[in-house]
Design a binder for this molecule. Structure first.
Ligand code: OXD
Ligand code: MN
Length: 629
């Protein structure tokens, strides 16, 4: 039965009976009314006429009460936090336990990325390719304009200038996001370099390259939720959602979807990869980039603390989600375009990721975690006993006996990267860091060994193109199903995936010192369904082998699928809880499982139609042939 609830002039329709929202919840999450800033706040207009014209156009369409031009200053941030607290967009947390940190609850119908409502709007369907939802640009603009007409009446329209990338990098991009959500403004200040820095970089040139992003919550209704990208116009329009991945337009929308389109055009790579540094006790440092699908532990890996046995080794974080890489001197050099981390909270603990715990101790914007009676935050998997009572992510009373989770499985933290105690010192270097190895990986209970190395770049491209993972809560939809997710870019490649594979192959040809390519799987299970590998800090043992391979100082078995370490090639000293038999199981290549895997690769490529470069079909034939020889 359809139910309707009125709050002010917005009508929120519950999707079904289970989605009826308690009063205090609805109050927190409806779009909040306009705010009136005092003089000197919210009036920082840029001088660039192209921006002014565009903002004027959006103003005419959406008819906000007023316009707030953000400058990214401390004073502005303090004002916006105070207003957000007044309007119940944020809840203040215990200043002693979580200094300068706040909780936000998104609408329960709006807790993850919505791939089914995400569109690439290129002139032809072929340009968007078989893995993207496509929508014709003119029609889509007109539909969105219809939805945006008068959408900001009674609200403040914020204009957020930002840059992605270190200020002095040639890869750095400028974006402007218009939004009617204070939560978006506060998050963008954490996740990007926001404000004055972007305005200065843009300057006066009306022809300068910059991304136009428009976001409106509308009435936060899944029936009017669309995340649309117009790569040829360097433009994004996102409506009907308040969830980070759909509305922080800098991140998935610009840095990956539009970014990957620009990268191909301009000859670089925009990838869904963490970047980490590994320093040996002798002071030799390598940088590694790794692509795992959403919620497969990129943040944990990027902040890894080596086990005691690896005393003197140090891992540092350049980025935890996105890598922009360019070619220089025949090598790949990577920068992290972001300025903060937007990580999955549940499961984060001093055991799984002590550095993330330190990073989120303060200055953190939490979304959809539980609130304890002493105004602290709690989530499943946090250290210590669960609280006896809390308010869950929906705003309901919760006790350890409740059937519901206290924190949503995709609840998030947004925290400045400066808080990370192992932040890499090169993170601001516009030249980027030289990449020695690329690691692909996924969540696979079977088939994929703990680690293997590609024979060369083309083989590595094939491994990336066929990688798969069991789905998680980061996107809406069923959890736990194996889905192919090429280079972890399935939801993020802003153009035809066949052309993306071709771009990888062509990039390889331009590299005289290409990174070595590996595949890892921390999630292999035994026949009785238990994880075989402890993961977390012990992943250093795998990383150690990868670094040794880069240095050419360790052996491997040549198997049909690539180079696999023998037991003696891995440093397993003081590894607890894994028997030699389990290690053999972890490194095993089961020919029967691989027959199925290879036929799944073929089916996947077939499902993409004729776009896959023939070199990759040849790679599959070679792989099958190696099993027969
Ligand atoms: C993310 C994602 O939020 O990949 O990083 O979904
Ligand atoms: Mn991600």
């Amino acid at each position: 039965m359809e139910k309707r609830r009125k709050r002010g002039k917005f009508v929120l329709r519950a999707i079904d009976d289970t989605n009826i929202i308690p009063d205090r919840y609805v109050f927190m999450n409806n779009p909040a009314p306009a705010i009136s800033p005092p003089a000197g706040i919210g009036d920082h207009k840029p001088a660039n006429q192209a921006v002014l014209d565009w903002v004027h156009e959006v103003e005419q369409l959406t008819q906000p009460e007023n316009i707030f031009w953000c400058d990214g200053s401390e004073r502005e941030n303090d004002f916006l936090i105070a207003e957000s607290l007044k309007q119940n967009v944020l809840i203040r947390l215990n200043e002693k336990k979580a200094p300068r940190s706040y909780l936000h609850r998104s609408n329960p119908n709006d807790v993850a990325r919505v791939e089914q409502f995400t569109f690439i709007c290129t002139p032809t369907k072929a340009e968007a390719g078989p893995t993207n939802n496509w929508s014709e640009p003119a029609e889509t603009y007109s539909k969105l304009q219809g939805l945006l007409k008068g959408a900001m009446r009674g609200r403040t329209m914020f204009v957020v200038p930002y840059i992605m990338g270190p200020p002095d990098s040639p890869l750095t991009k400028i974006g402007f996001e218009i939004t009617d959500s204070k939560y978006v403004v506060l998050s963008m200040r954490i996740m990007t370099r926001m404000g004055e820095i972007a305005v200065k970089r843009l300057g006066h040139d009306p022809k300068a390259e910059w991304n136009r992003g428009v976001h409106s919550l509308l009435d936060v209704n899944p029936e009017r939720r669309f995340i649309c990208h117009f790569p040829q116009d360097n433009a994004i329009i996102s409506v009907g959602s308040g969830y980070g991945g759909n509305v922080l337009l800098s991140k998935k929308c610009l840095a990956l979807r539009i970014g990957s389109y620009l990268a191909r055009k301009q000859g670089w790579l925009a990838e869904h990869m963490l970047i980490l540094g590994v320093e040996s006790p002798a002071g030799k440092k390598h940088y590694v980039a790794a692509a795992f699908p959403s919620a497969c532990g990129k943040t944990n890996f990027a902040m890894l603390i080596p086990p005691k046995h690896f005393a003197g080794w140090k891992v540092t974080t350049v980025g935890d989600d996105i890598a922009w890489m360019q070619i220089r001197d025949g090598r790949l050099w990577a920068v992290n375009p972001e300025n903060g981390y937007f990580g999955v909270v549940p499961g984060t603990s001093c055991k799984s990721n002590p550095n993330a715990m330190k990073s989120i101790e303060r200055d953190t914007l939490y979304t959809n975690v539980a609130l304890t009676d002493d105004s602290d935050v709690w989530w499943e998997g946090k250290d210590g006993a669960p609280p006896k009572h809390a308010i869950d992510w929906r705003g309901n009373d919760w006790t350890p006996d409740s059937k519901e989770k206290a924190a949503h499985p995709n609840s998030r933290f947004a925290t400045p990267m400066r808080n990370n105690p192992v932040l890499d010192p090169q993170v601001e270097d516009g030249n980027g860091v030289p990449i020695s190895a690329i690691i692909f990986g996924g969540r696979r209970s079977g088939t994929m060994p703990l680690v293997f190395q590609a024979f060369d770049w083309e083989h590595g491209t094939y491994i990336g193109a066929t990688m798969a993972s069991e789905t998680t809560a980061a996107a809406t939809g069923a959890v736990g199903q194996v889905r192919r997710d090429p280079m972890a870019m399935l939801p993020f490649c802003g153009y035809n995936i066949g052309d993306y594979f071709r771009h990888w192959l062509e990039t390889g040809k331009r590299l005289t010192k290409p990174p070595l390519i590996f595949h890892v799987n921390w999630f292999r299970k035994s026949a009785d369904g238990k994880f075989l590998w402890p993961g977390f800090g012990d992943n250093m043992r795998v990383l150690g082998w990868i670094i040794d391979r880069c240095e050419g100082r360790v052996g491997a078995n040549e198997s049909a699928i690539g180079h696999i370490p023998r037991l003696q090639d891995l440093d397993l000293g003081e590894l607890r809880g894994v028997t030699p038999n389990q290690m053999r199981e972890l490194l095993n290549v089961n020919a029967e499982e691989w027959q199925k895997e290879i036929s799944d690769h073929a089916k996947f490529f077939e499902s993409l139609g004729s776009v896959v470069p023939k070199e990759l079909d040849k790679q599959r034939e070679n792989l099958a042939a190696r099993f027969k020889s």
